[in-house]
Design a protein around this ligand. Structure first.
Ligand code: FMN
Length: 341
C-alpha cells in the first residue's frame, strides 16, 4: 500500500534576521532542554534549539541557578532563550542581562504549571491580552534580537483565544508565534488540535511554528502539510530519540529513514553523558542521565532490567559499563536476528 504521507516541499524560513537551515526546531522543555541535550539535538540537525524557560525575575537578580540555564556554546547556535515573567519592566531588564547570550528571545505564554501560573506568568497571561501586549511591547523595545512568543490555545475550552493573542503578538512586534494547540486546562491530555495551527497560519503574516504530538516523521510531515505552518517543534518525541530529527530531515529530502543500530544508540548516549559530565559534573550527571538512558533503551531487549540496574549505578564508570554491556547485547541480538546475507 502506498504511504499516505507525501514528500512535503518546505521553504526555508527566517525569523526576522535569523536564517534557519530547515523547519525542525527543538522545543523549550524545563528539566530537559539543557545544554547537553540541546547539543545532541543540534548534531542531529535541529535548525534552532530553545533553552528551558528562564525566570526574568531570576535573571535580573543574577541568580546563579538562573544564569546556569542560559549557559551556551558555539556548537549549539543558534539558541533561543525562553523567558517567563509577568511584569513589562522586569522582562525588559532581564533581556539586558542576556546581551551576549542567545540569538533569539522567546516569551512563554503557555506554561500550565501551578507555580508559574500563580505568579501571573505562563498560560495565566492568556487571560489578560492587554498585559500580553504590554509585555511583548516592552521586550520589543528592549532587544533587537528576533523575538518570538509561545502560546497555548487559551486558558480553557470556554476561552480559546489563540487567534487574538497571535494577532496581538504580531501587532506588538513579535517575529514568529509558536502554538501548542491545547488549553491550559487540558494540560497534556487528549491530542493537540492541529487545525488551530492551520488557522493561526492563515491569520498571521509572521511565521507560525507548530508544537504538539510529533512522535515520528510521518507526524512531522503531516503537520507541515496539513497546517501550512513554517516550522515544527520537537518536544517529547525527541526523548532518547534524536534520530527523529534526522528521520524528518531525511524524509523531507525524499530519502528513506535510517533507523539507528544499538551501537549507534550507545555512541550517542555516551556522547550525551560526556557533554553532561563536562557541563554539570559527575555527581549530577549520574542522577540526570538515568531518565535519558531509560529513554534511549526504550523498546530494546531487556530494557526493564537495564533501567533497574542503571538507576542504582553509584559511579559514572559503572554507568558506562552497564551501558556498553546492554547495547552490545542488543547489537548481537539484532545481528542474530538478521544474519548477514
Ligand atoms: C517536561 C516538559 C517541559 C516543558 N517545558 C516547557 C517550557 O519550559 N517552556 C515551554 O514553552 N514549553 C514547555 N513545554 C511544552 C513543550 O515545549 C511542547 O510545546 C509540548 O510538550 C508539546 O509538544 P510535544 O507533544 O512535542 O511534547 C514542556 C513540555 C514538557 C513535556
Amino acid at each position: 500500500m502506498l504511504k499516505c504521507v507525501k514528500i512535503v516541499q518546505y521553504k526555508n524560513f527566517n525569523i526576522a534576521s535569523l536564517k534557519l537551515a530547515n523547519p525542525v526546531l527543538l522545543a523549550p522543555m524545563a528539566g530537559i532542554s539543557n545544554l547537553p541535550y540541546r547539543r545532541i539535538m543540534k548534531e542531529f540537525g535541529a535548525a534552532l534549539v530553545f533553552s528551558e524557560m528562564v525566570s526574568a525575575n531570576g535573571l535580573i537578580r543574577d541568580g546563579r541557578r538562573t544564569l546556569e540555564l542560559v549557559r551556551s556554546c558555539a556548537a549549539e547556535k543558534p539558541l533561543g532563550i525562553q523567558l517567563f515573567g509577568s511584569e513589562p519592566g522586569v522582562l525588559a531588564a532581564s533581556v539586558r542581562h542576556l546581551e551576549g547570550a542567545g540569538d533569539l528571545i522567546d516569551l512563554n505564554l503557555g506554561c500550565p504549571v501551578n507555580k508559574v501560573v500563580r505568579s501571573g506568568a505562563g498560560s495565566a497571561l492568556l487571560r489578560d491580552p492587554n498585559l500580553v501586549a504590554k509585555l511583548i511591547g516592552a521586550l520589543r523595545k528592549a532587544t533587537d534580537k528576533p523575538l518570538t512568543v509561545k502560546i497555548r490555545s487559551g486558558w480553557d475550552r470556554r476561552s480559546i483565544n489563540y487567534l487574538d493573542i497571535g494577532r496581538i503578538a504580531e501587532d506588538c512586534g513579535a517575529d514568529a508565534v509558536t502554538l501548542h494547540p491545547r488549553t491550559r486546562a487540558e494540560g497534556f491530555s487528549g491530542s493537540a488540535d492541529w487545525e488551530q495551527i492551520g488557522r493561526l497560519k492563515q491569520a498571521l503574516g509572521i511565521p507560525v511554528i507548530g508544537s504538539g504530538d510529533i512522535f515520528n516523521a510521518d507526524d512531522a510531515l503531516r503537520m507541515l502539510q496539513t497546517t501550512g505552518c513554517d516550522g515544527i517543534m520537537i518536544g517529547r518525541g525527541g526523548y532518547g530519540n534524536p534520530w527523529l530529527i534526522r528521520n524528518i530531515l531525511d524524509r523531507l529530502a525524499g530519502q528513506p529513514e535510517r533507523p539507528p543500530s544499538a551501537t549507534e544508540k550507545l555512541r550517542v548516549a555516551e556522547r550525551h553523558l560526556r557533554f553532561m559530565e563536562e557541563d554539570i559534573g559527575a555527581g549530577k550527571t549520574l542522577f540526570e542521565m538515568r531518565k535519558h538512558l531509560c529513554w534511549y533503551s526504550r523498546g530494546m531487549a531487556d530494557a526493564a532490567h537495564f533501567r533497574q540496574v542503571v538507576n542504582h549505578a553509584t559511579s559514572l564508570e559503572q554507568m558506562r559499563s552497564l551501558m556498553r554491556n546492554f547495547f552490545a547485547r542488543n547489537e548481537n541480538q539484532d545481528a542474530g536476528h538478521h544474519p548477514a546475507t
